[in-house]
Design a protein around this ligand. Structure first.
Ligand code: F6R
Length: 365
């Protein structure tokens, strides 16, 4: 049932404040300002030397964002790979480390094969899955469920932000266990997480602006997405969303890589979507934006109130998000990138819920 939405994808985008809130309630003790994991861990984060993450597509990009979190907040080295590579590359794994998997369906063939490989290599296995009855849930030592509810749209939206919510909760728990985060640090991060559903609702208010921008975007042949830090995987997620439902070619790049190749593509016809919350690397991203602007590139900037004040650059459009703790920015900034892809595809008359050639659950490799 799509409710009063035209497509499941629209319904699922709009459900995010609610399902992220529900997922949070499962992982966080609101009054104590602490993460409270709803399961026992058969290992101690304190003793881990490494986490190996594998997943596919959007779930992989959630994993890539969490690498920044686990490394920064818990000082655990993270290795991450797409599952189709991980399963065959015979990576040396030391027994007793953690292998982490992310999957909406819990049935993705390559991710499942990676899980089986990791188990055979004596890894502790933990899967972040949305379908609790799935094969991956059955075969993992620990199941961290996302409470996104059934996701019908082929393009993953609410599962992604719920995955991020669970992964950040895990990273905070790890940071506490390893003595990296103090009780105050933890409370500050948990408070930032608790604020996310409200900030997502606030972000939805940009929908009309985004709908108008989408008409511009629909004329493009290629679109470049740029970001640094956790906005880099989000740039790739933005590009993935756009290409899978609108069939416009899009690439997500680390902003710092611009001058190592993709800058050659920039001209007046190519929209460049820059995701730059006001964080410790904001200025660096702004200098990349200047390089784009100097070559006539048309910039759509996704930033927050502070960032919008500080850029001093002419953009084609600036989408101003609420100011949030930079740690949770990729969760909130998922909203505008999803809406941009959605409205572009709808404007172009594409079947957003059932894009050509794609299946919701990829159970063959
Ligand atoms: C993109 C998308 C896919 C899936 C990928 C993994 O919008 O939906 O890239 O994320 O096929 O699927 P799961 O999460 O079910 O393992």
């Amino acid at each position: 049932d799509k409710g009063n939405h035209r497509h499941f994808m629209a319904k699922e985008i709009h459900e995010q404040p609610e399902v992220v809130g529900r997922t949070l309630a499962h992982y966080v003790n609101f009054t104590a300002g602490q993460v409270a994991l709803p399961f026992e861990l058969p290992f101690d984060f304190k003793n881990l030397k490494r986490i190996s993450i594998s997943a596919c597509g959007t779930a992989y990009l959630a994993g890539l964002i969490s690498k920044y979190w686990f490394e920064r907040l818990a000082r655990i080295p993270v290795e991450i790979d797409v599952a189709s590579e991980f399963r065959y590359r015979e990576a040396p794994l030391e027994p007793g480390e953690l292998a982490l998997f992310v999957s909406q369906s819990g049935e993705t063939a390559d991710t499942l094969a990676s899980l089986r490989y990791a188990s055979s290599e004596k890894q502790h296995t933990l899967s972040v899955v949305n379908v609790p009855t799935s094969t991956m849930a059955r075969e993992s030592a620990v199941v961290a469920q996302t409470l996104a509810g059934v996701e019908v749209g082929v393009a993953s939206t609410k599962a992604f932000t719920c995955q991020l919510t669970v992964l950040l909760s895990l990273a905070i728990a790890a940071g506490r266990a390893r003595g990296v985060l103090s009780a105050e640090d933890e409370k500050e991060l948990v408070d930032a997480l608790i604020a996310v559903p409200g900030q997502m609702s606030e972000a939805m208010k940009r929908e009309h602006q985004i709908e108008i921008l989408a008409r511009e975007l629909s004329k493009a042949k290629d679109v470049l997405y740029l970001g640094r830090g956790t906005s880099y995987p989000l740039a790739m997620e933005g590009a993935l969303k756009l290409k899978e439902i609108s069939y416009i070619h899009a690439e997500g790049y680390a902003a710092g890589e611009l001058k190592h190749g993709p800058i050659a593509l920039i001209d007046e016809t190519m929209p460049v979507i820059v995701i730059a919350p006001y964080d410790n690397i904001f200025e660096k991203t702004v200098s990349n934006m200047q390089e784009v602007a100097a070559r006539g590139g048309r910039i759509i900037l996704i930033t927050d109130e502070k960032g919008a004040l500080e850029t001093g650059l002419d953009t084609m459009a600036t989408i101003v998000m609420p100011s949030v703790n930079p740690v949770v920015a990729p969760i909130v900034n998922s909203i505008p990138i999803q809406l941009l892809a959605y409205h572009t595809a709808v404007f172009m008359g594409k079947d957003v819920d059932q894009p050509r050639n794609l299946a919701k659950s990829v159970t063959v490799e």
